[in-house]
Design a protein around this ligand. Structure first.
Ligand SMILES: [Zn+2]
Length: 368
């Protein structure tokens, strides 16, 4: 998953594992992390997506020329502004830079496709590329800007004004966020272009408000795009949502494989368990009891394990003595229980019923 030549010393250990027959024969031996992760890695990254991280800037960051970025149009809140106002503001802006040629960039993300495009309106040149589906929209927008600055020399024109509808991508440039590899590439290229007498102004533009040039650029992108088939490396942070989802799915599958687990009956879906207190302390008796009721293990129902005895039965009902039995169905305590609560579903009792009622019931039957 990380880029090749990653200097991290754990890289080889984790990502370049050698299958060892030793662990096939010794089933009880715990294989190293690399072997245990191999199947997860291949199912997580079936297309061998390549990742890129920011390297040290070859140009001292403080000498990098700061790009001019205009957020003039953001001062108008989109919801309250009519398309005509935006069109007028856009024309005004263009009037301030009469010799600059317009570039429009756009990144898009749907369920199965992430793409980036840059359109040079005057020279009718368009460039686009597809990105791995796990890429964020932010990466797509930055890649679109990168496509523009890296192809700008093909226009034979030195003055450009680049319009992007991604405020966060432009802010990343404005804050010189060199830790993002794509932002770094753009800033280094911009610096290089600046030294070769190019002048590029960046400007935020609202999307889908009917600005004529923007609509025309969208049309051009669809019809005449020169699409790159090159595999675009993306920042590792873009993989995090997929990674989290994968871990959650695996964890849930693991939980589902133990349907008789006592906690599973109460919380069949992964979630935070509010009654389980992080400040777990033996001094707080009620919290301890509550946590033990939730996991279904109490001294009364499970001390047989320590004493190497048979599991206990309820003296009255002659069925297995469990937390569920005591809280929901023991006929000996039916009347007392109904005084405090009437529900007979364990998940409901432990998650929705006031804890005071449960403790009052347990206290009355001298459970603790
Ligand atoms: Zn009973």
């Amino acid at each position: 998953m990380p880029p090749a030549n990653d200097p991290n010393p754990t890289y080889d250990t984790i990502f370049r594992h050698q299958p060892s027959p030793l662990f096939n024969t010794k089933r009880k031996a715990i294989p190293p992390l690399s072997i245990r992760m191999a199947s997860s890695l291949s199912s997580l990254n079936p297309n061998n997506i390549s990742f890129t991280t920011a390297q040290f800037s070859p140009v001292p960051p403080w000498t990098l020329k700061s790009p001019t970025i205009l957020f003039n149009l953001t001062t108008n809140i989109k919801a309250n502004t009519t398309p005509e106002v935006f069109q007028a503001l856009y024309n005004e802006l263009k009037h301030d830079y009469p010799h600059h040629q317009e570039i429009f960039t756009d990144g898009s993300k749907s369920l199965h496709k992430v793409s980036a495009a840059a359109v040079f309106l005057n020279s009718k040149l368009t460039f686009s590329t597809n990105l791995p589906t796990m890429s964020s929209i932010f990466t797509a927008e930055l890649t679109a800007i990168k496509l523009a600055v890296f192809n700008i020399h093909k226009t034979n024109h030195k003055l450009h004004i680049l319009f992007s509808d991604s405020k966060s991508a432009l802010q990343s440039l404005s804050h010189k966020n060199l830790s993002n590899p794509i932002t770094q590439d753009i800033l280094l290229k911009y610096n290089d272009l600046y030294n070769h007498h190019y002048n590029i102004i960046f400007c935020w533009i609202p999307s889908h408000v009917g600005i004529k040039d923007n609509t025309e650029a969208d049309k051009l992108a669809r019809v005449t795009s020169i699409s790159s088939t090159q595999v675009i490396p993306i920042p590792p942070s873009d993989a995090l949502p997929t990674l989290r989802n994968y871990i959650r799915t695996k964890w849930q599958a693991n939980l589902d494989s133990f349907p008789n687990n006592k906690l599973y009956k109460i919380f069949p879906k992964l979630q935070h368990l509010p009654p389980l207190h992080h400040s777990y302390s033996r001094k707080d008796t009620k919290k301890v009891i509550l946590n033990r009721l939730l996991i279904g293990h109490t001294h009364l129902t499970h001390c047989y394990l320590l004493n190497k005895e048979q599991p206990p039965n309820c003296n009255y009902c002659k069925t297995l003595l469990t937390v569920e039995h005591i809280l929901t169905s023991c006929s000996a305590y039916k009347n007392i229980r109904e005084k405090h609560y009437s529900n007979s579903q364990l998940p409901h009792i432990l998650t929705n019923i006031s804890k005071h009622l449960i403790f009052n019931y347990l206290s009355e039957i001298i459970f603790f």
